[in-house]
Design a protein around this ligand. Structure first.
Ligand code: BTN
Length: 337
């Protein structure tokens, strides 16, 4: 007897689910025969209906037509690797995209993949995280299929001192991807919190393995609140989503494609031309770049001051209110004073 396909949890998504969804989505206007599906996803004709059933169990509406085949009733906003990689052609992110319906943390997985010599540009995506991590040991809440939770493995030829610039690069890419969805201009709070009307809708966690003179690899983890209709009460006064701000649902797949294309562009610009274009762009789009009265919280102290631009390494300069001059903030939380 043929073995029943299993739902793709807790591991990464079965490539046949990915192939089936992509095939149906790319032929959404026609009925596609069981034979074509079998050939397209590499299963026997007899097994096709079981794989269709697995898709239905995941909430995808597929209509069966007696004797002719199947067609997808509505293309779901699932961040499927094949759909993404077709649209990311020409970037390093098209080659290796790993999708999970449920994962602990895409950053944790991507860091493990970095250790296992996975290539530059590997993208890890989760529809849901059970142990999402934020900066400074905080957690990151991600409601199932509502936002974008992904991590990108990069192998940049840079020294660790330049790593803050990678964080800026990712923040700019996410900012540009989200800006097209909003009626108001999003802000970036150094280093890379994205804000709309003062509330955060996207955060970035950059982690790396490095020696003093060389970065082995870096993982840029991006969490963007997209289609959440409300935020958990504990963070509702400081956090928001694109949907809450616009009253509309947004295509996660389109935002992610744009984000990765912008990331490719900013990353290459950084490697080719150095920090100047990145710092210039940051100065254009962040109200926190200069002249903002802020409260800085680091692991050792808290102080207030006025922001005074960025160092060439991407570190924030703050003129302290207590008269102790300019402080270079390497890492810390920035809040309005
Ligand atoms: C922050 O603002 O504190 C950073 C939040 C980063 C969250 C993302 S979601 C995808 C990736 N996986 C994680 O566990 N964290 C990052």
């Amino acid at each position: 007897m043929a073995k029943s396909p299993k739902a793709p949890q807790p591991g990464n998504t079965d490539r046949r689910i990915d192939a089936l969804l992509t095939l149906l989505a790319e032929n959404a206007t026609i009925v596609i025969s069981g034979a074509k599906i079998a050939q397209g996803i590499g299963v026997s004709r007899q097994a096709v209906w079981r794989w269709i059933q697995v898709l239905r169990d995941l909430g995808v509406r597929v209509k069966g037509h007696p004797r002719t085949g199947y067609h997808i009733e509505r293309i779901p906003d699932i961040l499927m690797p094949q759909l993404l990689s077709h649209r990311l052609y020409g970037t390093p992110f098209a080659r290796r995209i790993i999708h999970y319906f449920k994962a602990n943390s895409t950053n944790t997985i991507a860091m493990q993949l970095g250790d296992q010599d996975e290539p530059h540009g590997t993208v890890v995506i989760a529809e849901e995280q059970t142990a999402g991590r934020g900066r400074a040991g905080r957690s990151w809440i991600s409601e199932k299929s509502a936002g974008i939770t992904c991590s990108i493995l990069l192998r940049p030829p840079i020294v660790p001192a330049q790593a803050p610039l990678l964080t800026l690069v990712a923040g700019l890419a996410a900012r540009d991807a989200a800006a097209e969805e909003l009626d108001v201009v999003p802000d970036i709070r150094w280093p890379n919190d994205l804000l709309v009307k003062g509330k955060k809708f996207c955060g970035i966690l950059t982690e790396m393995h490095a020696e003093p003179d060389r970065v082995h690899f870096a993982v840029v983890g991006i969490g963007m609140n997209v289609n959440q209709s409300k935020m958990p009460p504990a963070i509702a006064d400081i956090a928001t989503s694109l949907r809450i701000e616009t009253g509309k649902t947004h295509s996660r797949i389109e935002i992610l494609i744009r984000l990765l294309r912008h990331l490719d562009r900013y990353y290459n610009e950084f490697l080719e031309k150095g920090p100047s274009p990145i710092l210039r762009r940051f100065s254009e789009v962040s109200s926190y770049f200069q002249g903002k009265h802020v409260r800085i919280t680091t692991s050792t102290e808290m102080f207030t001051g006025i922001t005074a631009g960025l160092e060439p390494s991407g570190v924030l300069r703050v003129l302290r209110d207590d008269g102790r001059g300019i402080e270079a903030v390497i890492s810390g939380d920035v809040g309005d004073a």
